[in-house]
Design a protein. Structure first.
Length: 444
């Protein structure tokens, strides 16, 4: 390596690094240490630098001042080995205040140059060993894009709309004996697109709340794609609209393939709820009615709609069986509002937890869960659901544990994380078992 380049790297403490994701550039100045040609910096895991290189490892670095500057093209990655991380933090602590030392939220970024240039001497050196092959680079880009969109659309939560559709379709089979695989797949795809679009639009309009939220958990507090510089706010919003349009297009196809316009009316209601959940001037989530509209959207609308797609017939029975489904989804929303309480209150997002306070809202959560099981028992007693639906009682211990954790830690956001996870797992398990019960009842 050019002697003057080594000198510049040795004599300086700071570098400027540019990362980028979907044309959203981020420039940061960081202290660094070097190990041969590789450079290392320490950054918070929520920083734009860390977030962006997780999805796009290409970075540009410059070191030096005035005309004595070296420019570096590099591939950057996160150091995963704790031993190496500790050694680098120790070296960095000599250059800056390292409250980093005890922080588990700090990530070490390894910068591996693929090209170093020294414009003053018109000198360039290439490091092919750090440059991935074309196929590997293509693979990295593809995998990163998939991961990014899964994160942006909150793919792990799309099950909250997929399961009610699956149940509604299987209940139609149990009730009428009719089932159309093509319509089932299209319904599932359309609803998934609308749900993904809703999540994106929510992030675009909840950016203020998510930015000030001190208690982000794996289940609440937003996706962080805007704050992390992965997308701009407008990109997130436009993507949400595109997903809504795709989902609506599928819905229109189903509507015109069936009798009447029931699916059209259900679809319009669903899109209105999806769009205006956080978008002004309506903002359902900010006016104390978000939970009610979520219940309608994820309970009656999804179950009635998927039931009608299969049977071409409206039945009040499909409304009745949607009640425990809607309540299960509301239970997730409600408990997720506890960690977000302070941020939601500050921006005027008047959900039930903000309006009633965390202490009283514990009992609301309990009432929602009781509503699930009371409606289940009533539906079985009335013969609407088969006796086999008592299979769902297997997951009762999960929700009992979640209730206990919430009652003990309702004002301790981090300690609530197990309760959030249990509530989600309870919803998933309950609907799966309920679906299995109606399928078994049909074939037995």
């Amino acid at each position: 390596m050019h002697g003057l380049i080594k000198k510049i790297v040795f004599d300086n403490n700071k570098l400027r690094i540019i990362s980028c994701c979907h044309n959203n550039q981020n420039l940061q100045t960081c202290n660094y240490v070097s190990d041969g040609i590789k450079l290392y910096v320490a950054e918070n895991e929520k920083s734009k630098l860390v977030q962006q290189i997780l999805f796009n490892p290409k970075t540009l670095v410059s070191i030096g001042a005035n005309d004595d500057i070296i420019n570096i093209k590099a591939y950057s990655s996160i150091v995963k080995k704790d031993k190496i991380k500790s050694e680098i933090i120790e070296d960095l602590s000599k250059k800056e205040d390292i409250s980093l030392q005890t922080s588990s939220s700090i990530k070490i970024v390894e910068i591996s140059p693929t090209e170093i240039s020294y414009p003053k001497d018109n000198y360039t050196q290439v490091f092919p060993e750090n440059q991935p092959s074309f196929l590997k680079e293509l693979s990295i880009t593809f995998k990163s894009s998939i991961k990014l969109w899964l994160k942006a659309t909150a793919a792990q939560f799309l099950v909250a709309s997929a399961l009610p559709v699956i149940f509604g379709s299987m209940f139609a089979l149990y009730f009428s004996g009719s089932f159309n695989w093509l319509f089932f797949v299209l319904t599932l795809l359309g609803i998934t697109c609308i749900h993904a679009g809703t999540n994106l639009i929510n992030d675009a309009f909840d950016v203020e709340t998510d930015s000030i939220n001190r208690y982000v958990t794996p289940f609440s507090g937003g996706r962080g794609t805007i704050q992390g510089g992965l997308f701009s706010r407008s990109q997130v919003f436009i993507s949400g609209i595109v997903f809504l349009i795709i989902g609506s297009g599928i819905g229109l196809y189903l509507n015109f393939s069936l009798n009447n316009n029931i699916i059209l009316y259900i679809g319009i209601a669903g899109v209105i709820i999806a769009f205006f959940y956080v978008v002004g001037p309506v903002k359902f989530a900010y006016r104390g009615v978000g939970e009610i509209f979520l219940f309608i959207g994820f309970g009656p609308l999804l179950v009635i709609g998927s039931f009608y797609v299969q049977t071409s017939d409206f039945s009040w029975i499909s409304v009745y069986v949607s009640i425990p489904i809607g309540l299960l989804v509301v239970s997730i929303l409600h408990i997720n509002q506890f960690p977000d309480y302070e941020a939601d209150k500050e921006v005027g997002k008047n959900n039930w937890v903000v309006l009633m306070g965390r202490s009283v809202s514990r009992y609301v959560y309990l009432l929602i869960i009781l509503g699930v099981y009371i409606s289940l028992v009533v539906l079985i007693a009335k013969g609407v659901l088969p006796l086999l639906s008592l299979l769902t009682l297997i997951v009762t211990p999960l929700i009992i544990k979640a209730v206990i954790i919430l009652f003990r830690n309702y004002n301790k956001p981090i300690k609530l994380i197990p309760a959030l996870a249990l509530t989600i797992f309870h919803m998933i398990s309950f609907i799966i078992l309920l679906t299995i019960s109606v399928i078994l009842a049909f074939y037995i």
